[in-house]
Design a protein around this ligand. Structure first.
Ligand SMILES: Nc1ncnc2c1ncn2[C@@H]1O[C@H](COP(=O)(O)OP(=O)(O)O)[C@@H](O)[C@H]1O
Ligand SMILES: N[C@@H](CC(=O)OP(=O)(O)O)C(=O)O
Length: 524
C-alpha cells in the first residue's frame, strides 16, 4: 500500500494572493479539503497587487533602506496599510471578521514603525530588524487569507512563524542540522491540527523566523517556497503544491516562446538550473528538503486549478512507500523503465549579465592570480554565474541586476586592474539549455551553437556546466529572444523533424505520474 498521510501543503505566491484570493479559497482550498477530503495546510507569501517588485515585501525592504539612511519611511508604510485595508474591505463580507482584520493589520504596521523608528535613530537597520520588518508582509497576507477562508465557509486558523527560531539559536550556516531543528519546531506547531478531530486549515506565514545571518543573506527572496517545503516535511505530506500563475514548467518561458510546451515532470536538478538561469520557477533550496523526505512537488496554476501541472521529482528515487526503482515489480512494463529522455528538457535566458575579461600582467603565479580575483569579487559580494579560464586569462559572466551591484562591480574592477588588463561588456544574456540526459547526447551542444551562428548571433563565452545538465553561452541581450526561439524550434519543439542523433528519442514527460499510477494500481 502507498503510505499516505492525506496531508497536502499548498503554497500561494504573493501575486496569486493579491490577484486571485477568492479563486484560491473557493476553487482550490475548498476543492482539496472538502471535495477530495484532504487535510490541507496553506502557506502564503506577502501580497503583491500587481507585480512582486511593487509588492509588500519590496515596500518593507524599501522602508528598511530609508530608515538606514535616516530618511522618512512613513509614507511607504501608509501605502502598505491602505492597500491592505482596501483589500479587507473589498473581500471580507462578515463585519466582525472585517473589523478584526483591519485592527490586526493596523497593529502589525504600528509594530513595524516602532522597530524602524528605533533603527532610524541609530542610522542602522540590523539584519534582525530587517527580518522582523519583512515578516510583517507574510503576517498581513496570512491574516487576510485566514479571514477570507472563514468568511467563505472554510474553517481556518492563522499560525505565525516569526518567532519559531529562538533568539539564542546560532549557526554559521543554514545546514541540515538547522533544517532538522526547524522541522521539529514546525511539527510542534502542527500537532494541534494533526490531532484535532475537527478539520481546520492552518494558514502558515510563509516566513520562517529570524535566521541567524538574516533571511535575505541566508536564503534570499522567494523564501516562502522553502518554508512550505519544511512544513511539508514536518507533516510528511503526500504532496507539496506550489501554486503560480503559469500552468507549470514549460520548455521555455511561455511569454517569450509561444511554441513552448508544458512539461509533465522535471527532476529537481533541472528545476534548480532553470530557476538559477532565469526561469524563476521555485526557490532552489526547496527541492533538497522535500526530496529527502520523498515528497513530490507539483507546480500548478491558480487560474487553471484542474490542470495536471508539472511534477518535480527525481527519476532515480522511489516515492515514499514504493519499492526502490532498480528492482521494479515484474508486472510493471519493462519498456516503461527503458524510456529515456535523450534530449534537452528546457531552455532559459538570464539578462542583466556583465562579461568581465581579465588578462594577467604575469606578475603573479597562475594559482595566485585566480585566488586574488576571487578574493576581490568576494569582498564586493559579486557572484560569478559562468567562468572560463586559461593560465593567464579569465572570462566571467556576472549577474549585475541593479545599481548597487553595478557600483560594487566598478569598485572591484578598480582593484582587479592591479592584476592585469580588465575589460567589461554590459547588457549581455546567458542562454542555458538544461536537461538531465543531455550529457549522453553528443550532438546537442553543436546544434545549439550552429543554430546561433545561423541566426547571426555572436557568442561571447561558452560553458558546459560542471554538473553536465546545463550547456550555457553568453550573447548580446538584444539577441536573447531570437536565440531562445530558434534553439527551441531546433531542439525542443516536438513537431520538428528528428535529427539523426535523436531517432531513439522517446518522450519521458509523464514518467513520474505514470510510474506512480502504475504502482498505485499494483496495490503494493
Ligand atoms: N520555463 C518556464 N516555465 C514556466 N514559467 C516560466 C519559465 N520561464 C520563465 N517563466 C516565467 O516565470 C513566471 C513564474 O510564474 P509566476 O506565477 O508569475 O511567479 P510567482 O510565483 O513568483 O508569482 C511566469 O510569469 C513565466 O512566464
Ligand atoms: N514575499 C517574499 C517571499 C516569497 O517567497 O515571495 P513569492 O512566493 O511571492 O515569490 C518575497 O517577495 O521574496
Amino acid at each position: 500500500m502507498l503510505d499516505t498521510t492525506n496531508w497536502i501543503v499548498q503554497k500561494f505566491g504573493g501575486t496569486s494572493v493579491g490577484k486571485f484570493p477568492v479563486q484560491i479559497v473557493d476553487e482550490i482550498i475548498k476543492f482539496y479539503s472538502q471535495s477530495l477530503n484532504n487535510n490541507v495546510t496553506i502557506v502564503c507569501s506577502a501580497r503583491s497587487s500587481y507585480t512582486k517588485v511593487e509588492g509588500t515585501t519590496s515596500r518593507l525592504i524599501k522602508c528598511c533602506d530609508l530608515a538606514s539612511q535616516e530618511l522618512e519611511f512613513d509614507d511607504v508604510i501608509e501605502v502598505i496599510k491602505q492597500d491592505h485595508i482596501d483589500n479587507a474591505e473589498k473581500y471580507i463580507n462578515d463585519p466582525v471578521l472585517q473589523t478584526r482584520l483591519v485592527t490586526d493589520t493596523t497593529n502589525e504596521l504600528k509594530l513595524v514603525k516602532k522597530y524602524l523608528d528605533a533603527s532610524k535613530v541609530l542610522g542602522e537597520v540590523s539584519t534582525r530588524t530587517t527580518d522582523l520588518v519583512m515578516s510583517a508582509g507574510e503576517k498581513l497576507s496570512c491574516l487576510f487569507m485566514t479571514a477570507l477562508c472563514n468568511d467563505r465557509g472554510v474553517k481556518a486558523k492563522y499560525v505565525d512563524l516569526t518567532h519559531i527560531i529562538p533568539s539564542d539559536y546560532n549557526v554559521a550556516l543554514l545546514d541540515n542540522s538547522f533544517y532538522t531543528f526547524l522541522v521539529q519546531a514546525l511539527k510542534e506547531k502542527l500537532q494541534p491540527f494533526v490531532e484535532s478531530s475537527e478539520k481546520i486549515v492552518p494558514v502558515f506565514t510563509g516566513f520562517f523566523g529570524l535566521v541567524p545571518m538574516g533571511l535575505l543573506n541566508g536564503v534570499g527572496r522567494g523564501y516562502t517556497d522553502l518554508c512550505a517545503a519544511l512544513i511539508a516535511v514536518a507533516l510528511n505530506a503526500d504532496e507539496l503544491q506550489v501554486w503560480k500563475e503559469v500552468d507549470g514548467i514549460f520548455t521555455a518561458d511561455p511569454r517569450k516562446v509561444p511554441a513552448a510546451r508544458l512539461l509533465g515532470s522535471v527532476t529537481p536538478e533541472e528545476a534548480s538550473e532553470l530557476t538559477y538561469y532565469g526561469s524563476e520557477v521555485i526557490h532552489p533550496f526547496t527541492m533538497e528538503q522535500v526530496i529527502r523526505s520523498k515528497i513530490p512537488i507539483r507546480i500548478k496554476n491558480v487560474q487553471n486549478p484542474r490542470g495536471d501541472g508539472t511534477i518535480i521529482y527525481p527519476d532515480n528515487i522511489a516515492k515514499r512507500g514504493e519499492s526502490t526503482p532498480p528492482h521494479p515489480p515484474e508486472t510493471l512494463s519493462s519498456s516503461f523503465f527503458e524510456k529515456k529522455k535523450r534530449g534537452a528538457t528546457a531552455i532559459t535566458t538570464k539578462n542583466d549579465i556583465v562579461v568581465m575579461n581579465i588578462h594577467s600582467n604575469k606578475k603573479t603565479l597562475s594559482h595566485g592570480f585566480l585566488a586574488q580575483i576571487f578574493t576581490i569579487l568576494d569582498k564586493f559580494k559579486l557572484v560569478v554565474d559562468l567562468i572560463s579560464t586559461s593560465e593567464v586569462h579569465v572570462s566571467m559572466a556576472l549577474p549585475i541586476p541593479d545599481a548597487d551591484s553595478m557600483k560594487s562591480l566598478r569598485k572591484a574592477v578598480e582593484q582587479l586592474k592591479a592584476l592585469g588588463t580588465v575589460d567589461v561588456t554590459k547588457k549581455m544574456s546567458i542562454v542555458s539549455l538544461v536537461g538531465k540526459q543531455m550529457k549522453q547526447f553528443i550532438g546537442i551542444a553543436g546544434t545549439m551553437f550552429t543554430t546561433l551562428a545561423e541566426q547571426g548571433i555572436n557568442i561571447e563565452m561558452i560553458s558546459q556546466g560542471a554538473n553536465e545538465i546545463n550547456i550555457s553561452c553568453v550573447i548580446d541581450e538584444i539577441d536573447s529572444i531570437k536565440a531562445l526561439q530558434s534553439i527551441h524550434a531546433k531542439l525542443l519543439d516536438e513537431r520538428r523533424p528528428l535529427t539523426d542523433d535523436e531517432n531513439t528519442f522517446i518522450s519521458f514527460e509523464h514518467a513520474v505520474d505514470e510510474r506512480l499510477e502504475q504502482i498505485k494500481r499494483l496495490d503494493l
